[in-house]
Design a binder for this molecule. Structure first.
Ligand code: UDP
Ligand code: MG
Length: 342
């Protein structure tokens, strides 16, 4: 029998779980998140907690260091600045050391006590199980935005993704590595995992309002996230506009012929010109988006993030100060700064 398949009443114990928590200025939430995640992890033997501090400036890192001091299963990496959630979870997946990784939100919007349901589902034979928020407790424009951009992506642009998937998810860590390392400028995780052939499913889970503090998504970030999906995973916008340009060119030639033979008035000619300019501008915008995408992928050698501090070994290329291993105290620290005596 496949060891991943759940057997009768006795649950197959998972081989090991990394609980990964990206944090950006979460001083109001991180303590409670730590306690609740730790309580849920008590169901399992082989676990670690991996906090990814995404350049917080509010003392979140100090709080995490406090947890590490009381619990040796707590690991952390801390970015040199804020690199964004995608960079944070990419690093988390990369440095997770257990075979399964569960991604949490520090603000506890997806309750940690739902984790074991994700684990059980994964053990039925999936590489990824995405939580879908039941009664999502976010402002209406966030809910509408997610639904609209995912629906456009799936229905119109032919992009495969699990509708409504949130970042609360369990992922086979080896598969997560593939997603993070794939040659895409940012790992739009929910679209990349299906592209690679990962076996995935969704599971409805509870959702609650943010515990405290502020959400980090503004309109600009949400818009660029949607654009990333549309232009990173589909060529249909380009195909459509090239087709439309062909139609406009043919119509333009007809307008020109009619104008030369004096059968069109100046207003009609001006309107036809305006339509042609608008289509040309739309095409230019779309081509520019793809160009930006290509340039980002070209820059793949540039790391997505830089790590300033950690209590685990870090790859030299990703460590701002170039250190590969922690010092004798087990910590990967920033170098001491010497005052200039003169
Ligand atoms: N986060 C992060 N870097 C960022 C923004 C957010 O690591 O630049 C973390 C944040 O601390 C939280 C999670 O990502 O743990 C989700 O963020 P948020 O609650 O702002 O997103 P929302 O729930 O509104 O989608
Ligand atoms: Mg949140």
């Amino acid at each position: 029998m496949d060891s991943r398949v759940k057997r009768g009443a006795g649950r197959v114990p998972p081989p090991g779980i990394t609980a990964m928590v990206p944090c950006y200025n979460e001083i109001d939430c991180v303590e409670r998140a730590y306690r609740e995640i730790r309580a849920e992890l008590a169901r399992y033997d082989d676990v670690e907690l991996l906090f990814v501090d995404d350049g917080s400036t509010d003392g979140t890192l100090d709080a995490i260091k406090g947890f590490a001091a009381e619990d040796s299963r707590v690991k952390y990496i801390s970015f040199a600045r804020n690199f964004g959630l995608e960079a944070a979870f990419s690093a988390g997946f990369k440095y997770a050391s257990k075979p399964w990784t569960v991604q949490f939100d520090a603000d506890l919007q997806s309750p940690p006590h739902e984790m074991h349901r994700l684990v059980d589902k994964a053990l039925e034979g999936y590489d990824v199980v995405f939580a879908v928020r039941e009664n999502r407790q976010d402002p209406w424009h966030r809910r509408l935005g997610t639904w609209a951009h995912q629906t456009i992506a799936r229905r119109w642009l032919g992009i495969e993704l699990p509708q409504g998937a949130s970042v609360f998810r369990i992922v086979r860590t080896s598969v997560a590595h593939k997603v993070v390392d794939s040659r895409l400028s940012t790992p739009y995780f929910i679209a990349t995992a299906p592209l690679l052939g990962a076996r995935y499913t969704t599971l409805p889970t509870a959702h609650q309002p943010r515990l405290d503090g502020q959400g980090k998504w503004n309109l600009r970030k949400l818009f660029s996230h949607a654009v990333e999906l549309f232009f990173g995973f589909s060529f249909r916008p380009l195909t459509w506009l090239v087709g439309l340009s062909g139609v406009v060119m043919a119509a333009g030639t007809a307008v020109l012929a009619l104008a030369l033979t004096g059968r069109l008035g100046p207003t009609a000619i001006e309107l036809a010109g305006l339509v042609a300019v608008l289509v040309a501008l739309a095409l230019l915008m779309v081509v520019a988006r793809y160009l930006v995408r290509v340039m980002r992928v070209q820059a793949i050698g540039v790391p997505r993030y830089q790590i300033r501090e950690a209590n685990i070994p870090i790859r030299a290329a990703e460590a701002l100060y170039g250190y590969e291993t922690p010092d004798v105290s087990g910590h990967f620290r920033e170098p001491e700064v010497w005052e200039d005596a003169s």
